[in-house]
Ligand binder design. Sequence first.
Ligand code: UTP
Length: 459
Amino acid sequence: MDIIEKNKTRMAHLSENSAELSKQIEALDWNELKSALNECIFQKEEASLPAEYDPASYFPLAPENAEQKTLYDKAFKHGEVLIRNGKTAAFTVAGGQGTRLGYDGPKGTLPVSPIKKKPLFQLFAEQILGISKKYEVTIPWYIMCSPLNLKATTAHFEEKNFYGLGKENIKFFAQGVMPATDFEGNLLRASQDSLALSPNGHGGSLKALIDSGSVADMAKRGIEHVSYFQVDNPLVSTINPLFIGLHDLQQSDMSSRSLTKTGPFEKLGNFVSIGDRITIIEYSDLPEEKALEKEDDGRIKYRAGSPAIHILRRDFIEQFASGEIKLPYHRAEKKVSYIDDNGNLINPDEPNAVKFETFVFDALPLAKNPLILEADRLEEFSPVKNKTGIDSLESSRSDQSKRARRWIEKAGYTVNEESTVEISPRTFPSTHDLQGADLQQYDLDSKIIYLGDEKRTDQ
Ligand code: UTP
């Protein structure tokens, strides 16, 4: 008996006394499960790398010659026109479980800013509000949650009165889930009444954008480009004119930001090129000798890492509607508590289960004219992933403050290196918006400096 038939028979038996479980089993997409099992368990290949690949080329952060300078100037202006004309939407993927952080609640509600302790969602909302005001336009915001955190996320926004963006301009929806199995492909139950289900990875966002009607809503609003970012990076530039402009001028289906890796083995996906296409090789899959390769000037060759910031053309996303083009499943081995067939709860000490996830960057090789634009790490990336150490709340707060000091200095003022600084993204959504601003009203000698319309009420 094949594994699907075996699962069907076993589940029919186990769900005899549970209407809830019966309903789940009926709703299960068995074909999808079959694909996932084949890709991740039965035909699992060792890190299937492309036969030949090179480091992907990218547009550097600062233009390197006159021609590039002209292109960047043109792209920035073009991006601004697209934003002003209502062609861009913000899109946050917030369906993850945040297991490493272990925070009780949707990650977007985590108080993250250094002084005001604004939640991640508030920082994005304020930035979108600030940009909308600047360009006199409504920028719709799509937020993908999971069935596990959708209710808590919408409740948060309701409580905060949608941060002033207007209920009608924020669309929340849930991504799909996949059942977890043991290493042989047998379905696991979280309880007598439920399978062990988990979100199907951020790659699920493309289908979820379609199934939730979000793409149709975008089409109605005349949106052409979708600015994709993760919920855990407070420094992200949610709607970036240069990036959007370059992406559109080069007629790219999907564009990405890159960071220069801190070392050959930094845990970021590596951008590589295969002919005229781009793909990402995960840090764990890039062979060591490749990771260590150097250019003549001493820089590592595979230095472009991915901070998971993309722009996708709306009509590129629409291609995923029919289900004919699909993203591959990745195998994640995790500890999953389950009840065995005798009803005993098992809490494993070691990974015992396979979760099936798709990754959004697997759409990159399908994209025409993909481009990569380098980003400055301190300006754009400091995610909150871990409880302590690298990529933690503490490191992110410190980076937010560091960037704020830098913005003030760029605007021509001096500020003490020891000061904790926070800038309201509603008042100053980008470093450009601080240029020429009169900061005399703020006490820049203070140890705690808050720049924003609300003034320095925390001091
Ligand atoms: P991560 O890969 O960091 O996963 O997600 P995570 O679930 O947030 O955290 P850990 O690994 O359990 O500690 C990167 C981004 O992708 C989103 C997350 O919300 C985050 O913004 N994501 C991840 C989804 O939206 N759905 C998923 O199924 C997985």
